[in-house]
Write a protein that binds this ligand. Structure first.
Ligand code: URP
Ligand code: ZN
Ligand code: ZN
Length: 480
C-alpha cells in the first residue's frame, strides 16, 4: 500500500545491528516501509546518503524536579524537551521524586502535572524511592507499575534521598517481585560526610574540593555493595552515572560472574576532568561542573571510552541536571561563593549528549555507529520497556529519527543551545557533527535551525516491565 505521509530518501540508516541505504516511508507517525524506490510521499526529504539514526532516548535527565534545598532546576518539561529535540533526542525519561514522608503516588501525580501540556517530545517517568515503607513497596509500587512506571532509582547518598542497606534490600526485593528495573546512585554517604567535615575544618571550601570529598573508592565501595545486594536478592540492577576505573572494575567483575548488572555512563566522564572544578584561585566558576560522582582524570576517561566499546556500559545518558550558574536559584542558591557542599549538584547536557558522542566517538573511530545507536537508543528502550515502539528503525516503530549533518564543524557555544541554563560545561569544544533534523513520530521537531513550536505534543509513554529471565543466583536459596 502506498500513500506515505512522508518519505525520507537515500537514508544511510543505522540500527544497533546494521547500516544500510534505504528510503523510509512514514505513515501515521510510524515507519511503514523500508526499501529502495518507495512510492511518493505527501512530503519528501532527501537525506542524500547522510546517516539516519533512531531518535535518542535520554534515560537519565532531570526536569523540574523539586530539590528541597532552595535551588530550582532551570529546565521544565518545555525547555528541557525542546533542548532534547534540538540535540536529536526524541524520548526522555526524567524522575518523579518521592520526598521522604510523601506517598509515591502523590509524587507521580505531581510530576504528571508538571509535564502535562509542556513536552515537545514523548516522555516516560522513572520514580525515585526515598521512603520505602511497606505501603509504598507493597501497594503503591505495584499499582504504579501497572500504570507504566516500571523503573525506579535509589540513592546511597544525599541526606534527603538516601536509603540504608536494609531499605535497599527491601526495595530490590520488591523490584524482583514486580519485575521493575532498579537504578542505583552508588556513592558511600558516610565516607562523603566524613571527608566533607575534614575538608571544611581545614578551610578547603572551594568547588574543587567537591571532587576530594567523593574520591573513587567512595563510588567503588557503594557499587560493590549495590551489586552484592542485587546478587543476594537475585534481581537485575543498573548502576547509573559511572565515573571511572574503580567502579568499572566492580561492574566488570559482576558481569563476568554472570550477574545481571547493567551500567550507564555520561558525557561528563568522557569530556571533563576534575580540573574543570577549578583551582584555589577563589573563583567560583568551577561550580559549573560540580556533579556527582565528580569527573575524574584523563586515565579514567580512557577507561570509560573502553567500557563503551567493550560492553561494560549498555546506556549512555546525559544526567542533565540543570542549575543556573548566576542568579539566586541555581549554583549560588546559598550565596555568591558558598562552600562546595552547599552547591547544587548537576550539570546540563541533554542537548549535547548525542553530538558529543557522534563527534568524538563515531567520527574518531572509538565506537562504531551501531554501538552509538545501541548505547543512546536501543538499549535504553529495551532496558526500560519501550522497545520495539522506540529505539529502532523498523517497520511498525515510531518514526523517531535523526538525520545527521557531518560536514559543518563548529565551536560549541551556549548561545547555540535551547536549554534554559546560562552555561554549557562544553563551551568552546570543536564538534564535527550535529543533528540536521529530528523527527518525532514523523513530525519535524528540529529542522536544523528552529525547534517546532508545539508545547504539549509529547505524549506520556507507559513502559512495559523489561522482565529479563530470572535465573537463580548462587547465593539465593531463600524464599523471595
Ligand atoms: O550531580 C548529579 N548527578 N546530579 C543529578 C542527580 C543525580 O544524582 O543523578
Ligand atoms: Zn544520581
Ligand atoms: Zn541524575
Amino acid at each position: 500500500m502506498s500513500g506515505f505521509d512522508l518519505v525520507i530518501r537515500q537514508a544511510r540508516a543505522v540500527t544497533a545491528a546494521d547500516i544500510f541505504t534505504t528510503d523510509i516511508g512514514i505513515r501515521n507517525g510510524r515507519i511503514a516501509a523500508l526499501g529502495r524506490n518507495l512510492d511518493a510521499g505527501a512530503r519528501e526529504i532527501d537525506a542524500d546518503g547522510r546517516h539516519v539514526t533512531p531518535g535518542g532516548i535520554d534515560a537519565h535527565c532531570h526536569f523540574d524536579q523539586p530539590t528541597g534545598d532552595g535551588s530550582v532546576m532551570a529546565d521544565d518539561f518545555l525547555t528541557g524537551t525542546r533542548s532534547a529535540a534540538c540535540g536529536g533526542t526524541t524520548t526522555v525519561i526524567p524522575f518523579a521524586c518521592q520526598q521522604k514522608g510523601q506517598s509515591l503516588r502523590a509524587a507521580v501525580e505531581d510530576y504528571h502535572r508538571r509535564a502535562g501540556g509542556k513536552a515537545l517530545i514523548d516522555y516516560a517517568f522513572h520514580m525515585i524511592i526515598t521512603d520505602p515503607t511497606p505501603q509504598v513497596l507493597n501497594e503503591e509500587l505495584p499499582s504504579l507499575i501497572r500504570q507504566g512506571l516500571t523503573s525506579f532509582k535509589i540513592y546511597m547518598t544525599y541526606d534527603a534521598l538516601k536509603l540504608n542497606d536494609r531499605q535497599m534490600i527491601d526495595a530490590l526485593s520488591a523490584a524482583r517481585r514486580e519485575g521493575a528495573m532498579v537504578m542505583v546512585h552508588a556513592e558511600n554517604a558516610d565516607c562523603i560526610s566524613w571527608l566533607t567535615e575534614k575538608l571544611l575544618a581545614a578551610g578547603h571550601t572551594a568547588p574543587r574540593f567537591h571532587a576530594s570529598s567523593r574520591p573513587m573508592l567512595v563510588e567503588r565501595e557503594a557499587t560493590h555493595r549495590a551489586i552484592a545486594f542485587a546478587e543476594l536478592v537475585d534481581v537485575p540492577v543498573l548502576i547509573v552515572h559511572v565515573s571511572g576505573r574503580e567502579a568499572v572494575e566492580q561492574i566488570r567483575w559482576a558481569q563476568g560472574n554472570g550477574l545481571r548488572v547493567y551500567a550507564e555512563t555520561c558525557p561528563q566522564y568522557l569530556f571533563l576532568t576534575s580540573d574543570a572544578l577549578g583551582d584555589d584561585d577563589g573563583h567560583f566558576h568551577g561550580a559549573k561542573c560540580i556533579c556527582s560522582p565528580p569527573p575524574r582524570d584523563k586515565a579514567n576517561q580512557e577507561v570509560i571510552w573502553q567500557g563503551l566499546s567493550n560492553g561494560v556500559f549498555q546506556v549512555f545518558s546525559s544526567d542533565h541536571a540543570p542549575f543556573h550558574f548566576d542568579g539566586p536559584l541555581g549554583k549560588k542558591a546559598h550565596g555568591s561563593n558558598p562552600s562546595f557542599d552547599k552547591i547544587a549538584n548537576g550539570i546540563p547536557g541533554v542537548e549535547t549528549r548525542l553530538a558529543l558522542l557522534w563527534s568524538e566517538g563515531v567520527l574518531t573511530g572509538r565506537i562504531d555507529p551501531q554501538t552509538f545507536v545501541a548505547l543512546t537508543s536501543t538499549n535504553p528502550a529495551r532496558l526500560y520497556g519501550l522497545y520495539p515502539r522506540k529505539g529502532s528503525i523498523a517497520i511498525g516503530a515510531d518514526a523517531d529519527l535523526v538525520i545527521w549533518n557531518e560536514d559543518n564543524p563548529f565551536t560549541l557555544d551556549n548561545s547555540l543551545l535551547h536549554h534554559a541554563v546560562d552555561y554549557t560545561p562544553y563551551e568552546g569544544m570543536q564538534l564535527r557533527a550535529w543533528p540536521g533534523m529530528t523527527l518525532s513520530r514523523g513530525e519535524i521537531v528540529w529542522d536544523g535551525h528552529h525547534p517546532l513550536d508545539a508545547a504539549g505534543r509529547g505524549k506520556f509513554l507507559p513502559c512495559d516491565c523489561p522482565k529479563p529471565a530470572l535465573a537463580r543466583s548462587r547465593q539465593t536459596e531463600i524464599l523471595l
